[in-house]
Design a protein around this ligand. Structure first.
Ligand SMILES: Nc1ncnc2c1ncn2[C@@H]1O[C@H](COP(=O)(O)OP(=O)(O)OP(=O)(O)O)[C@@H](O)[C@H]1O
Ligand SMILES: [Mg+2]
Length: 295
């Protein structure tokens, strides 16, 4: 409650956050229903630390929520293209200094279930499909319905292992997908030490290294909600961009303000309004993407 009041006061005083733009993302016209958790077809089962995991196929990606890109004209596909362009501009504009980690983009939200993983996967896939840019999707959520688990990566080594074991290299843990330009770094297999590891300097170094290892690669971090977990605020000063997903007609303004308060250390904040319902039946083609400024 205190946080919410503090954030609201700051917004009132500043008048305008001037923290970028927000897009409207409507519910997918035919969203891929997240299916049951699909174990990857490895003969050894899921890959432990240090062992290569099988490539994640298209069907597994769709089961985890990737939209069907063959429906090129679908409204939601168009929305993702617009969002991706905004992110790419901020990440790779000539005036953007490489040192600012602008190619590190974290998606978070105030509350659970607002669409972070859905947006992370589809923005990553949308960019990777264009084939001129590498994309690394980093899952930092250990929940049962997190994207890595939906992809059958619950037992795969990943970020937490990289932090706790300096002998590991990120490249050796990246999991390839059916999209040649898209790879995934799972959260990893040290969940008991999760809280402790995220607060370490080694975590900050590992995340920065993911961005700096390849300045042309976009790193998308799918984070938990910031009002109920500490990771987004811990990573806010490290990443170059944060996209705050806001579920339309559900999330309260005060919750958004409290979330913004927690992640304000990031220099580039974008609001993405998700699950917009269009009321008019004549709206086809008017995909409803528009900007508004948080004020
Ligand atoms: N624009 C959208 N169109 C259709 N379905 C969507 C959209 N956004 C999210 N969903 C669906 O809403 C549900 C919740 O989304 P998702 O898992 O991405 O939320 P989340 O913010 O990552 O949740 P958590 O806080 O638990 O990590 C999923 O079933 C997802 O497929
Ligand atoms: Mg999620």
């Amino acid at each position: 409650m205190h946080l919410i009041e503090r954030a609201a006061e700051r917004l009132r005083q500043s008048g305008n956050l001037n923290h970028g733009t927000a897009h409207l993302l409507q519910p997918a016209m035919n969203p891929a229903e997240p299916g049951p958790i699909q174990p990857c077809p490895s003969p050894q089962g899921l890959a432990p630390a240090g062992r290569r995991h099988p490539v994640i196929d298209d069907q597994a990606l769709q089961s985890a929520g990737m939209i069907d890109w063959t429906r090129e004209r679908s409204r939601v596909a168009e929305e993702f293209r617009i969002v991706q362009n905004q992110i790419l501009r901020s990440a790779f504009a000539p005036e953007t200094a490489f040192e600012s980690n602008s190619n590190l983009v974290m998606l978070t939200s105030a509350r659970p279930g607002e669409g972070k993983s859905f947006a992370s996967l589809n923005i990553a896939a949308s960019i990777a499909r264009q084939r001129d840019r590498e994309v690394l999707l980093v899952d930092i959520d250990s929940k049962a319905d997190a994207i890595g688990r939906k992809l059958g990566l619950a037992e795969a080594a990943g970020l937490l292992n990289l932090v706790s074991d300096p002998s590991l290299t990120a490249d050796s843990l990246l999991i390839r997908t059916a999209l040649p330009k898209l790879s995934i770094l799972p959260v990893g297999t040290d969940p008991e030490r999760r809280g402790e590891l995220f607060a370490t300097r080694q975590m900050a170094r590992v995340i920065r290294d993911l961005g700096q290892a390849n300045a042309d690669r976009l790193v998308i971090i799918d984070a938990p909600p910031c009002l109920s977990s500490s990771e987004p605020s811990l990573l806010a000063p490290i990443v170059g961009q944060i996209v705050l997903i806001v579920e339309a007609e559900r999330t309260q303004r005060q919750e958004v303000e409290a979330a913004l308060d927690l992640i304000q250390a990031c220099p580039n904040l974008t609001l993405l309004l998700n699950k917009i319902q269009l009321s008019t039946k004549h709206s086809f083609g008017a995909y409803g993407s528009k900007y508004y400024y948080a004020s």
